[in-house]
Design a protein around this ligand. Structure first.
Ligand code: GLP
Length: 268
């Protein structure tokens, strides 16, 4: 794991945007894994700005989102499809036919849908860079604690903690879904690079468990300890429970010297 601690959330988003930009500029047909939640919104804002100001083009980009609520109408403003349209897709030149979410509509079989999603990712050559946030209970995507570390795209029942954490996003009279289709932990682990963004003090415990706890289904993000290319972008508040903060900061400044000398090298 490469742990990078920034002063604030804005810098975390700036850094994540650089990763995305590098992938888009480097690969002719990049495949990007996307996340929802409050954390990546500032990343998407930066990408939209770069599209408008610097011509960053999404024409050849294919995207796979981590998750989507079970049986939700894509036009429902609470759907993750609506979230992506609002925060990214409708502001850039992406071909909407190349944007995928793991959906399961009424009448569809979640097992068939899950397998089809996995096949579609494979058909596109796999995910180059997967953006991730983290839940306060250590979930990634909607892989809640207890999720198998070998899981694939499937349906998951949300925990009470996640339902209550996300209730802030729903109006009192709005129905809040309790199930979702999500990429599995093994699906995420197959991405060539994973870039996890965590900001704010409410993520500090989950971040500590992910980085320094044992690898366990009770903290799904801890599986990333086993990923070859996991980059963890934190603001100071999210990093506040880590005991090795000075080491991570020093290691990162040493790493920058290597980058200055050899340039970036990402093996997409
Ligand atoms: C949601 C999503 C996750 C996200 C997490 C944290 O429920 N399924 O992909 O990373 O919770 O969200 P936030 O960034 O709003 O804290």
């Amino acid at each position: 794991m490469q742990i990078i601690i920034y002063d604030n959330a804005h810098q975390v988003a700036e850094s994540a945007a650089k990763w995305v930009k590098e992938l888009i500029n480097k690969k002719p047909a990049p495949v990007l894994g996307l996340a929802t939640g409050s954390t990546p919104i500032s990343l998407y804002k930066q990408l939209v700005e770069q599209h408008k100001a610097q011509g960053l083009s999404f024409k050849n980009v294919t995207t796979f989102n981590l998750d989507e609520y079970h049986q939700i109408d894509p036009l429902n403003p609470q759907s993750y499809r609506s979230f992506m349209d609002k925060n990214l897709f409708s502001h850039v030149d992406i071909d909407m036919n190349n944007t995928f979410l793991p959906t399961c509509a009424v009448g569809e079989n979640p097992r068939v849908q899950g397998l089809a999603y996995e096949e579609n990712i494979k058909k596109h050559g796999g995910i180059d860079l997967q953006i991730l946030g983290i839940g306060a209970n250590g979930h990634i995507g909607f892989n809640e604690p207890t999720s198998s570390l070998s899981s694939r795209t499937r349906i998951k029942t949300l925990t009470q903690q996640t339902i209550s954490d996300n209730s802030r996003l729903f109006k009192p009279n709005e129905k809040q879904p309790t199930m979702a289709m999500t990429m599995g932990i093994a699906t995420i682990m197959n991405a060539r690079y994973v870039l996890l963004m965590a900001t704010g003090a409410n993520k500090a415990n989950a971040v500590k468990d992910m980085i320094t706890g044992g690898v366990s289904a009770m903290c799904p993000a801890s599986a990333l300890q086993m990923h070859e290319n996991a980059i963890i972008l934190l603001d100071k508040a999210a990093a506040s429970e880590l005991g090795e903060q000075n080491y991570y900061q020093w290691a990162e400044s040493e790493n920058r010297k290597l980058i200055e000398h050899y340039g970036y090298f990402h093996n997409y």
